[in-house]
Design a protein around this ligand. Structure first.
Ligand code: UFG
Length: 339
């Protein structure tokens, strides 16, 4: 029998990272999570995974991790990931995300590891000139966040050319939903993402949801996004490992269907049976009107096929997790205290 593969997962205590850790463990991998826990949650990392609390800025810590384990692949999620924050503080993103990733790429190359799977973003495409967005769509990042991810994609391109480090750059559209095992879900502080905020408005934890602009050139005037289940993203990360035996790859990951902000709110009302109070506010800086992926390339080349494409099911999973964990990973004790 083949020995299990050993994988380093940076940012493995975060939302998408923790779902990938679960997928890796399910498939028998040995997993080492490295996370600074500034956004991630220790409780999102299962006991079966080794855990190192460290920041990618700490090159000595990285050296120790690569000296202690021999990795078959590195999954790189650790990053700041808020578009709006990056517009307010571009340096934080252009410096922090890129320098930390360059540290990781260098340590990976020096250790002789040959595969990296990188968490990239649809924000690479800014306001695209055509839809749906495939891998040949012109890159013109919509924010310093997207620019930092593009820079890392370029660094990975050169790490392949110069050192033979094969990489998969996976451009996520709007990650959503929760793991069907009920143990993992979305828990950001502060929360800025649409679906968890609408669920909180339905549950009465927020007075209302504010729609950021209803004067976009879309059927109902609100922004359209392509929501992709976080477990389907995780599945893609595992599939690309085989491709990396022979080449580096770049894939856009979405369902290929767009839903407007109003359609998401309607879906939440349908799924929860609760009314969502709504207010319409001004546009949020940097929001493109429509982002819809074409994921034909990964479907054709690797047979990736989203298992949870239905918006109501995605929202249903997120609702189940939030209902069971009203305080996210902060645990039932706090939840009871709050009741
Ligand atoms: N929105 C509202 N009200 C809110 C929150 C969001 O109307 O309170 C709207 C936004 O304007 C946007 C849509 O809901 O039109 C989705 O917003 P999110 O903040 O949930 O997600 P974004 O599309 O802004 O960004 C997400 C990730 C990024 C990634 C991008 C790729 O957070 O990291 O998807 O599509 F780059």
């Amino acid at each position: 029998m083949n020995s299990p593969m050993t994988v380093l997962v940076t940012g493995g205590a975060g939302y998408v990272g923790s779902h990938c850790v679960a997928e890796l463990l399910d498939r028998g991998a040995k997993v080492i999570v490295l996370d600074n826990l500034r956004q991630g949650h220790r409780a999102a990392v299962p006991a079966e995974a080794a855990f190192v609390e460290a920041d990618l800025a700490d090159t000595d810590a990285l050296k120790r991790v690569f000296a202690e384990w021999r990795f078959d692949a590195v999954f790189h999620f650790a990053a700041l990931s808020l578009v709006g924050e990056s517009m307010r503080d571009p340096h934080l993103y252009l410096h922090g995300n890129t320098v930390n990733s360059l540290n990781l790429i260098r340590a990976t190359v020096e250790a002789g590891v040959r595969k990296m799977v990188f968490s990239s973003t649809a924000n690479l495409f800014g306001t695209p000139e055509r839809l749906p967005i495939d891998e040949d769509t012109a890159i013109d990042p919509g924010s310093p966040y997207g620019e930092s991810k593009f820079f890392i994609e370029r660094a990975l391109h050169w790490a392949d050319r110069c050192h033979g480090l094969r990489s998969a750059c996976l451009r996520y559209f709007n990650a959503a939903g929760a793991h069907p095992n009920g143990l993992l879900g979305e828990d950001h502080h502060p929360e800025t993402h649409l679906i968890p905020l609408v669920l909180d408005a339905a549950a009465g934890k927020r007075s209302h949801i504010e729609i950021f602009g209803d004067d976009y050139p879309t059927p109902d005037g609100t922004c359209v996004r392509d929501y992709i289940h976080v477990c389907d993203l995780a599945d893609a990360h595992l599939r690309v490992l085989d491709a990396l035996e022979t080449r580096s790859v770049r894939y856009n990951l979405g369902n290929g269907t767009g839903y407007s902000v109003r359609q998401v709110i309607e879906a939440v009302e349908r799924v929860t049976g609760l009314k969502v109070p709504v207010k319409v506010g001004p546009r949020r800086a940097g929001d493109p009107a429509v982002l819809i992926a074409s994921s034909e390339r990964i479907r054709t080349e690797l047979g990736w096929n989203p298992r949870f494409p239905d918006l109501d099911s995605i929202i249903g999973g997120a609702w189940a997790w939030r209902s069971r964990n009203p305080n996210g990973y902060r645990g039932p004790a706090t939840a009871q205290a709050a009741e």
